[in-house]
Design a protein around this ligand. Structure first.
Ligand SMILES: Cc1cc2nc3c(=O)[nH]c(=O)nc-3n(C[C@H](O)[C@H](O)[C@H](O)COP(=O)(O)O)c2cc1C
Length: 192
C-alpha cells in the first residue's frame, strides 16, 4: 500500500555500511524520475550517481546532517550512507532555477519511495557545500547541484509522534542518541 511506503520512508541518518549499492540499483531509481511531473514538461534535472566508496566518502564530507541536533555528530562513524544521487539543475535548459525547485522535490521523493520499496532508505540533504561538490563531481558550468539524496540500508529507529498543542515540530533523540523522534502535525491542524 502507498501509505505503508510513505510511513516507512523516513529521513535516516544511520546506515549499515556493509550493504553496498550497485550502479544498476541507483540507475533504476534515476530512471523512474523520467516519468514524474515537470513544470512545463521542461525536464531540466540531471543526476550524478555515486556508489564507489572513495567518491561516497568524499561527498559525505561535504554534507551536513541534523542541524537541529548540533550536539550529535550524525551519521555516527561507520554508519554512513553507501550511495548518493545528486540532483542537479541544468541552467542551459532552465535558467530560472527557482521555478523548478518543486521538480527537484518530486524527483527526490520518487527516488526515496523506490528505495524504500527495495528495503533501503535515505535522506534528502539540502545542507551541503555546493561549490565544493560541483568541483568534486567535475560538473559543467551550467549544471548546479541542488539536492543530495543519501541512500543506504537504514540502521536506526525513527519514530513518528504527534506534534503537541504548542506546534513544536523539532525532531529529537532519546538519551542514547540512537532512537530518533519526528513530531508530525495532526490532520486537524493542517486543514484550513
Ligand atoms: C528539501 C529537504 C532538505 C533537507 N535537508 C536536510 C539536510 O541537509 N540534513 C538533514 O539531516 N536532513 C535534511 N532533511 C530531512 C528533514 O530534516 C526531515 O525530512 C525532517 O526532519 C522530517 O523527518 P522525516 O523525513 O523522517 O519525516 C531535508 C528534507 C527536505 C525535504
Amino acid at each position: 500500500m502507498l501509505k505503508d511506503l510513505v510511513m516507512k520512508n523516513r529521513s535516516f541518518r544511520g546506515y549499515d555500511e556493509t550493504r553496498k549499492l550497485t550502479e544498476e540499483e541507483l540507475l533504476e531509481f534515476v530512471d523512474l524520475t523520467r516519468y514524474t511531473a515537470s513544470s512545463g514538461n521542461t525536464q531540466p534535472l540531471k543526476y550524478h550517481i555515486a556508489y564507489e566508496k572513495e567518491e561516497v566518502d568524499a561527498i559525505q564530507a561535504l554534507t551536513k546532517w541534523a542541524a537541529a541536533l548540533p550536539q550529535l555528530s550524525l551519521p555516527y562513524p561507520g554508519q554512513c550512507p553507501t550511495g548518493f544521487i545528486v540532483i542537479c539543475l541544468d541552467k542551459s535548459i532552465a535558467p530560472n532555477e527557482t521555478a523548478f525547485l518543486r521538480d527537484v522535490g518530486i524527483a527526490a521523493q520518487t527516488i526515496l519511495l523506490a528505495a524504500t520499496e527495495k528495503g533501503l532508505g535515505g535522506c534528502m540533504i539540502g545542507n551541503f557545500n555546493r561549490a565544493a561538490l560541483k568541483e568534486l563531481l567535475g560538473l559543467p558550468e551550467n549544471v548546479e547541484p541542488n539536492l543530495v539524496v543519501a541512500i543506504g540500508k537504514p540502521a536506526e529507529k525513527v519514530v513518528l509522534t504527534e506534534a503537541g498543542a504548542d506546534g513544536n515540530t523539532r525532531y529529537y533523540r532519546d538519551e542514547t542518541g540512537t532512537v530518533h523522534f519526528v513530531p508530525k502535525r495532526a490532520l486537524k491542524d493542517i486543514l484550513l
